[in-house]
Design a protein around this ligand. Sequence first.
Ligand code: FE2
Length: 450
Amino acid sequence: MALNQEAATRVADGEKPALPQTTSVSRPSSHAMRPGPAGDIALSTSTSRPTLRSDERRRVWLDAYNAVRRETERRAAPLAPEDQVVQSMPDASPTKWHRAHTTWFFEQFLVTPRLADYRVFDERFAFLFNSYYVAAGPRHARPQRGLITRPTCDEVAAYRAHVDAAVARLLATASAAALDDILPLLELGLNHEQQHQELILTDILHAFAQNPTAPAYDARWTWPVSQRKRDDFVTLAGGVYRIGHAGDGFMYDNEGPAHEVLLQPVRLAANLVTNAEWLEFIADGGYANPTLWLSDGWACVQAEGWTAPGYWRQVDGAWFVMTLGGLRPVDPAAPVCHVSYYEADAFARWAGKHVPSEAEWEVAARTDRLGDAFGLVWQWTRSAYAPYPGYRASADALGEYNGKFMVNQMVLRGSSLATPAGHARATYRNFFYPPHRWQFSGVRLADYGA
Ligand SMILES: [Fe+2]
C-alpha cells in the first residue's frame, strides 16, 4: 500500500554492519516531524548482503525494527486516547488503529508463520486490524474503524509490546538460513509501518480540522525550510530515458521493472507552486470557471463547494489554514498544500502550463535540480497509477500490497513533510484518487513551450 490506501528506503556500505541507510533524500524537518533517534533510521536491504555475519544482521535489523516502532509511538505520543479513537472520514483511520494494524502486519505475515511457540495476542485482533488483505481473512469495515473503542489505547500498547518481544525472539533464534527469508519480510513490515507513520499525521490533521477549536498536534510546528532553486525550470531534452528501481536497496514492487520511456522535450518547474500563486488563481475566479476544470473535477467543485485548498478558511477576510500547529495565516511563500489532482490540473490549465508525467518527474529529480522534490509536499503527476511493463504482483497475500490498486488513481511523486526520514526516493510511486486532498499534496508544473 503506498501511503495510500489504508486508507503510504537501504543499506549499504560494504564493510560496516551498516545501519540501514537509504539512497533516499533526507531534508530538514519541521519540529513535529523532526526525527527523533528513531526517525533517522533508514531501512536497508542489506538483508541480501552476504558480507554481514548473521549476528550482525540480527543486531542491525533489531535496531532498525525498534527504531521504527519507537517513531510510531513518538508520533502518537502527543495525542490523548480521545484523539486516537476518532475517524473523521472513511479514508482516514484512527491513530490507535494505525498502531494496532502495523502490529498485526508483523504478527500476521512474519511472526505467526515463523515463530514456532508464538501465541497470538488476541484472536479477535486479526478481524479488527486487517486492512484490506482478502487472503488473510475477513476484516472489519474500514469506514467503521472509529467505532472500535475497545481494545483501548493501553491494550494496543500491550499488543505492540507483545509482538515486539516476539520479533526480537524470532531474530535471536532464527537460523542463519531462515534469516534470508525473515529479513525481507521484516524490511517490508518496517516500510509499511513508516507509511502508516505518515498517515497518523495526515489523518489526525483531518480530524483536528473538523474541530471548531482547531487543536494543534504540535503548537511549535512550522513548515520545513524550503530548498528553493534559483532557476525557473529544469530542461529535459527529448529522448529515451530509463525509469524505475533497478539498483540496490528496498523498493516496493510497483517501482519496477525498470524500463525505458520516451520523453518529449519538456521543462519542469524548478520549484513548487506557492500559496501566493494559488491566491492569484483564486482571485482570478479559478474555482468559479468551469472551462478550467476536468468534468469530474468541476463536479467535485460543485458537490464539495470548494473555493480554496483543503483546510483553508477565511477569518475576517483573511485566509487561514489548518496545520499541524493549529490554525495559521496562509503563508504566501509556502508551497500550496492539500490540493486534489483536479485542482492541480485546473491550476496548471489556468497558468498555461501542465501537470508533469511521473516519468518526467523522475528523470528531472535524478538531475538533483528540482527544488523541494522531497520533504514538503507530494507532487501530483498526470500519470495514471498503472503497472510498469511486465509488472506482476506476487501470488501470496502480500501481492495485495500494491498491485490491486492499479486503476482509477493518479501517481504522486516525491515525499512530504510527514514522510519519515529515509523513506523517500526518486522511484517511489505514491497514489491517490483524483479528489483526495487530505494528504500533504501540492503541485509542480511542466511546460512544453519553446
Ligand atoms: Fe497497512
